[in-house]
Write a protein that binds this ligand. Structure first.
Ligand SMILES: [Zn+2]
Length: 288
């Protein structure tokens, strides 16, 4: 997707992650998700503007991207990837999308580099097809406001968001469970919180599937984060999440979500580590 020079969004991170993971596992091209599934979450008026390039300057500023044909193509394929990853998870326990987790997208507008709410689109389809309880575990540093809004009165979906209280979005929605943390939290306190509070709450809901938003913008020196986790701390976080899912036999879909480190290579390494952590937890035990 073309972006103007100097744009803050680190588009090259996707190619970098793919490049590093290609020798490790097969990477498939995701198809576009069906338009009919998108229409269940997003308003017709918004989708019309997306499709025909009718977004106002204000709407594009809020979304964070200029309109182009690639914008909608990319969003449809990212959601298609989340759908395929969810099918993988339900079949073998783990599914990975090397994109997705666009949790700031609302039914009627895009926001914060998010065009379509991929997780909401796929979750609604899975609920339609027999699943009864889905957990969205959002560990991106920013609150999953769009997702929380979409599922605020849907008891079938439990939304947990662990985020910076003083960070964007400045108007927070109400998730099923929010952990609004102080700035500059470090590895030990963050990991402790996961074990003491986040996982027990997740377990209580008895989800049949977990969407894990593994945003790496929790890492120190992220342009848009205000936490201070290390690269090792982020990998330890990912490993704890996957171990929780595996030991409770809950299928998990891993989604990239945000990552905007001042050092692009750190962002790429952290996203790659998420996938390696998943393989260590789900695949390595099978090889012993
Ligand atoms: Zn984020």
């Amino acid at each position: 997707m073309p972006l103007p020079a100097g744009h803050k969004f680190p588009m090259p991170k996707y190619a970098g992650v793919r490049y590093l993971l290609e020798p490790v596992l097969p990477i498939l091209e995701p198809p576009r998700i069906d338009w009919a599934l998108v229409e269940r979450v997003h308003d017709a008026a918004y989708l019309k503007k997306l499709r025909f390039g009718l977004l106002s300057d204000k709407e594009m500023r809020l979304m964070g991207f200029p309109w182009s044909e690639h914008l909608i193509e990319r969003a449809l394929r990212a959601s298609g990837g989340t759908f395929l990853a969810a099918k993988d998870a339900l079949q073998v326990g783990l599914g990975v999308n090397l994109a997705g987790g666009t949790h700031h997208a609302y039914p009627d507008h895009g926001e914060g580099f998010c065009v379509l709410n991929d997780v909401a689109i796929v979750a609604l389809e899975l609920l339609q097809n027999g699943l009864e309880r889905i957990l969205i575990l959002d560990l991106d540093v920013h609150q999953g406001n769009g997702t929380a809004f979409i599922f605020q009165s849907d008891p079938r979906v439990f939304t947990i968001s662990v985020h910076g209280e003083r960070n964007y979005p400045f108007h927070k929605e109400r998730s099923s469970l929010d952990f609004g943390l102080a700035d500059w939290i470090e590895d030990a306190d963050y990991l402790q919180l996961l074990q003491d509070q986040v996982f027990p709450a997740a377990e209580t809901f008895k989800p049949q599937l977990i969407f894990y938003l593994a945003g790496v913008d929790v890492m120190a020196k992220d342009q848009f984060g205000r936490f201070a986790l290390t690269l090792e701390g982020v990998k330890a976080r990912d490993k704890l999440v996957f171990e929780f899912c595996r030991s409770n036999q809950i299928p998990v879909v891993s989604l990239m979500a945000g990552g905007y480190n001042k050092n692009l290579e750190q962002t790429i390494e952290a996203h790659v580590n998420t996938v390696l952590a998943a393989l260590e937890v789900f695949v390595s035990p099978l090889l012993i």
